[in-house]
Design a protein around this ligand. Structure first.
Ligand code: SF4
Length: 230
């Protein structure tokens, strides 16, 4: 598998916020979000090819007793080897969170499917993305796949919100799902600095209260800044 990085930190987003975790970041993505904060795993994939045994060796060493693994990317559901990796991690008694954009379905061993469907605010400019703009638009919207994940996994549904007007699109998206629990819908401000996240939280928390959704801050930006390996 093409691996961008493996590191230990605290989960900064979602229902396990604050949980000490080992992060395994796969490199490569089928989308090109304009706001992507890990371009080294999507727009310009970097990393090294590692076999499953080598990944597990490194991960167990870095974990040093930590039991939570967060598999992220890029898009970690892309490589076929992800099924075997999750099987091996499960056999080693790790709790697995999968951070995915919800565009690719796989049946695999996962304790928490953390699905972050991409809205139109993710669409990159034609100047920056070229033909990837159209590919992104063709691939980002997959409510049937997200519905299947919701039916089969313990899940959280995280939407990245840049403007209050994004709420309308989120409601349209949710209406296209077979089923979901509003309490598992998390709205997260878009941003990679504390000032932007704080400003957007000022209206987003209120929207969450009104709609019965869960507000989700990007806590790792407050703890560490927008730094690689955190
Ligand atoms: S899906 Fe995630 S990793 Fe891929 S381009 Fe979008 S934000 Fe970046």
């Amino acid at each position: 598998m093409f691996i961008s990085e493996i590191y230990q930190s605290n989960q900064g987003e979602g229902q396990l916020t604050g949980t000490p975790s080992v992060f395994l970041r796969t490199s490569g993505c089928n989308l090109r979000c304009g706001f992507c904060d890990t371009p080294f795993a999507s727009w310009h994939p970097e990393g090294q090819m590692l076999g499953i045994d080598a990944i597990l060796d490194q991960l167990i060493q870095i974990a040093n007793g930590i039991r939570h693994v967060v598999i992220t990317g890029g898009e970690p559901m892309l490589p076929d080897e992800i099924n075997l990796l999750c099987e091996r991690l499960g056999a080693a008694d790790f709790h697995i969170t999968m951070e995915t954009a919800g565009t690719i379905y796989r049946r695999l061993n996962c304790d928490l499917m953390s699905i972050s469907p991409k809205l139109s605010n993710s669409t990159p400019t034609a100047e920056r993305a070229g033909r990837w703009r159209q590919k992104h638009e063709q691939q980002r919207y997959r409510p049937k796949i997200v519905s299947q994940m919701i039916a089969e996994y313990d899940y959280q549904l995280k939407f990245v919100v840049a403007e209050p007007s994004d709420l309308h699109e989120i409601k349209v998206y949710l209406a296209d799902l077979n089923d979901y629990s509003p309490g598992r819908v998390m709205l997260m401000p878009e941003g990679v600095d504390r000032k932007t996240l704080t400003q957007r939280a000022s209206w987003l928390e209120q929207i969450c209260q009104q709609e019965g959704f869960t507000f989700c801050q990007r806590a790792h930006i407050f703890w560490y800044g927008n730094k690689r390996g955190t």
